[in-house]
Design a protein around this ligand. Structure first.
Ligand code: NDP
Length: 290
């Protein structure tokens, strides 16, 4: 059945969130700090709120999709009392600590609260492949789920409001480091005259074939026994040849040196016969600062 939803923030993402709600017949109110945004949404039936207070007043579910945590607090602090008894879903990219701080603020003001992290670009919203990580009250999610499902596949990350953000940023950390590795490889190959596109044509199938092996390494991490047979040992994983080749080529070896430092730390601790998965032990703690 139709619900009342207010979207605060009509940037690229906020606008993309409003459209599928209108398509599903929800009663959508939109607000943006500066004028001129969201005309097409109003033409499609969204109601425009002149003030944040008006937007909050009109809906049971208030969705914020602003720039960063400070923008969310700047926008919501003045209407905290008006939000009492309503549901707030913050989809702004924030750190886990900020998501928890907003949770504490919401609790203090009697506001039902969920935090979400969008794993999609604006054109992907409402299309297959889009994911929305949600954390906070399971009961609040159960009540709002049908609305949220208009945007993406919902993945619930538990009651800690910071969890969705944490998992989102963890996945982005993995992705960016993988891409940095690919760029480094391209920079090495370029010194032999290879174009980046040719390197990509060779590297993408190789890396694609390797990535699924991470699931096996993850089983070793969870099992806690890094000596299980069949792994490539840390001794064997010594990366000095790669570092020398990169240095000889005149490319920047800083990314691969960072990986080598993790391997070296575990070898120095006496674990050279264990598998590559053992570097997880160096990554799960703060940097030793060597
Ligand atoms: P845009 O830059 O397109 O829009 C930013 C929005 O935030 C605008 O509506 C802007 O209003 C508003 N805003 C900025 N500062 C304030 C403030 N102090 N008070 C009130 N409103 C403010 O960004 P996106 O829509 O792309 O992104 C929004 C959020 O969604 C970000 O946190 C982003 O990380 C996240 N996200 C975006 C993805 C994407 O692919 N675009 C993917 C996943 C998450 P105004 O028009 O007045 O400037």
């Amino acid at each position: 059945e139709p619900q009342t939803v207010s979207i605060l923030g009509l940037g690229a993402m906020g606008s993309a969130l409003a459209a599928p709600l209108l398509d599903r017949g929800h009663v959508v109110t939109v607000w943006n700090r500066s004028p001129g945004r969201g005309e097409e949404l109003v033409e499609r039936g969204a109601r425009r709120a002149g003030t944040v207070a008006d937007a909050v007043h009109r809906s049971g579910l208030i969705v914020t999709c602003l720039l960063r945590y400070a923008s969310v607090r700047e926008t919501l602090d003045p209407v905290a009392e008006r939000l009492r008894g309503r549901t707030l879903l913050d989809l702004t990219t924030t750190t886990p600590a900020e998501a928890r701080a907003l949770g504490a603020w919401a609790e203090e003001h009697g506001i039902e609260y969920l935090n979400g992290a969008i794993l999609a670009t604006p054109p992907m919203i409402g299309a297959p492949g889009a994911q929305l990580f949600v954390s906070g009250s399971a009961e609040v999610l159960a009540r709002t789920r049908t609305v949220l499902e208009a945007w993406a596949e919902i993945v619930y990350d538990g009651a800690d409001p910071g969890a969705a953000s944490l998992i989102d940023l963890a996945m982005l950390a993995a992705m960016y480091q993988m891409f940095a590795g690919l760029f480094h490889g391209a920079a090495m190959a370029a010194t032999a005259g290879m174009r980046a596109t040719d390197f990509a044509a060779r590297a993408v199938p190789f890396v694609t074939a390797m990535v699924p092996h991470f699931a096996g390494d993850a089983e070793i991490v969870d099992g806690g026994d890094y000596s299980v047979p069949g792994q490539q040992s840390l001794h064997f994983s010594d990366l000095s040849d790669i570092i020398r080749a990169s240095d000889e080529a005149g490319a920047n070896s800083s990314t691969i040196r960072a990986v080598q430092a993790l391997i070296a730390e575990q070898v120095d601790l006496g674990f050279g016969d264990d598998g590559m998965a053992r570097i997880y032990e160096s990554l799960r703690r703060p940097h030793a600062g060597r």
